[in-house]
Design a protein around this ligand. Structure first.
Ligand code: CDP
Ligand code: MG
Length: 183
């Protein structure tokens, strides 16, 4: 049996309350609200650096509206990335996304460009070897793995996710928050 200390129980309760409150708020978001939000994830490989990464995200002008660690089931990973089903990298991607908890993030940034685009600008290219210097996919493959070459030897992928349109922000956040709410 797992024994929790009083502190752990208190922080678990706070986390549950925060999640419930956010889910209530989320139900009332309009399409206009979603322009200023994005759905992001720290993939399992980079979760060890979560605190530093969240600090970095905030220093890039994003407000973290919601954040939680979550173990993706295989079903959720397949559904989340269903647009890539059948592609050569799909099975590896599902394997990566279920290899440990991810950090689920709902971010907000007000500005001229939609939030999903601002976030993707910070991410850099999908291939971390091509991600520009200073972008998250570049910086953290260096910090955590000694550079894209070393990382790509291990996994042909990257350490961060970002929705690619307002429609994707809505689809992805609904999918994952529904999964959280149902558990
Ligand atoms: O994540 P992003 O939107 O930049 O790229 P995507 O084309 O939607 O692909 C989703 C994820 O699949 C990527 O972030 C990579 O982890 C992985 N992928 C891959 O491993 N190899 C590729 N050639 C393309 C994507
Ligand atoms: Mg994508």
């Amino acid at each position: 049996m797992i024994k929790y200390s009083q502190n752990t129980i208190t922080s678990l309760n706070i986390k549950l309350m925060e999640t419930k409150l956010f889910l209530e708020k989320f139900k009332n978001f309009s399409v206009q609200d979603f322009e200023h939000l994005t759905y992001a994830m720290i993939k399992p490989d980079a979760v060890v650096a979560k605190e530093e990464i969240i600090h970095d995200i905030e220093s890039r002008g994003f407000t973290v509206l919601f954040e939680t660690n979550r173990q993706f089931s295989e079903e959720l990973a397949r559904n989340f990335y269903s647009e890539h089903n059948g592609k050569s990298f799909f099975e590896g991607l599902v394997q990566q996304m279920t290899s440990g908890p991810v950090v689920v993030l709902i971010l907000q940034k007000m500005g001229e460009i939609p939030c999903f685009q601002a976030w993707r600008n910070e991410l850099g290219a999908t291939d971390p070897a091509k991600a520009a210097e200073g972008t998250l996919r570049n910086v953290y493959t260096h910090k955590l793995f000694g550079g894209p070459e070393a990382y790509l030897e291990r996994r042909a992928t990257n350490c961060f996710h970002g929705a690619d349109s307002v429609a994707s922000v809505i689809r992805e956040s609904n999918l994952v928050l529904y999964d959280i709410a149902m558990s």
